[in-house]
Design a protein around this ligand. Structure first.
Ligand code: ADP
Ligand code: MG
Length: 213
């Protein structure tokens, strides 16, 4: 499979569809330890993203992935309030930066983009793993992706390893005490609930595993 602008655009559409489908679920998770808006935030953001991409670029000849990711990031920053917009926005802008000038992506390029996204989120949120955030899904996913490629796996298998690790990381947020974001205001009462941002992150990574192979 060649990962080009068209494959990237199809992935973003699947991501938008999945976030729409899981909107209420993500909002319920956020109702337990936040302010019940994560699903609506992500759905609003990705609806705006798809509208912007269709406005800017011809669907039959989308530009290189880098340009699209920068547009995605800027749109999320400007349309999603709260913590998740700037965090996901930074992730996509950084991923776009890591892919600059590449019309097609090799598996290693996708690893570099995932690394850049993770670093961007950590920097922007001043957070690290174990704080009950989206980082707890993304960090193990990036590690699993790179380990899978290093062991000789192809792109599809590496992406599946990443999505599996993200889901495991997402479930591992349940017993964690939140120390960043709104959930941290609850202190000990944040324990026992799955983090909404880790859940949307796992969902996005899962949508990367289908549709192109
Ligand atoms: P808000 O908390 O402003 O209502 P959302 O509900 O859309 O924003 O997103 C909440 C999610 O954002 C959390 O579940 C968590 O995963 C993530 N998050 C919050 N603060 C941080 C942070 N400092 N670093 C990383 N992720 C964070
Ligand atoms: Mg919220």
């Amino acid at each position: 499979m060649v990962v080009d602008g068209a494959v990237t655009l199809a992935w973003l559409q699947r991501a938008a569809d999945a976030l729409r489908e899981k909107r209420d679920y993500l909002t319920e998770l956020d109702a337990a330890i936040g302010d019940a808006d994560h699903g609506t935030n992500m759905d609003r953001g990705f609806t705006a993203v798809m509208a912007k991409l269709h406005e800017l670029y011809p669907t039959d000849a989308p530009p290189e992935p880098s340009a699209m990711f920068r547009t995605v990031g800027a749109t999320l920053v400007s349309t999603v309030g709260g913590a998740a917009g700037p965090l996901y926005g930074t992730a996509f802008i950084r991923a776009g930066g890591a892919l600059a000038g590449k019309a097609t992506l090799e598996p290693g390029d996708i690893g570099a983009a995932l690394d850049a996204a993770l670093e961007g989120i950590k920097m922007r949120g001043r957070a690290t793993s174990g704080e009950k955030t989206m980082i707890d899904a993304l960090e193990p996913a990036v590690a699993a992706y790179k380990a899978s490629l290093a062991s000789g796996a192809d792109l599809g298998a590496a992406l599946r390893a990443a999505a599996d690790a993200a889901e495991e990381g997402m479930r591992a947020t349940i017993p964690m005490l939140a120390t960043k974001g709104r959930a941290s205001y609850l202190g000990e009462r944040s324990i026992g609930h799955q983090d909404p941002g880790a859940t949307s992150m796992a969902l996005l990574l899962r949508t990367m595993t289908s549709g192109g192979e």
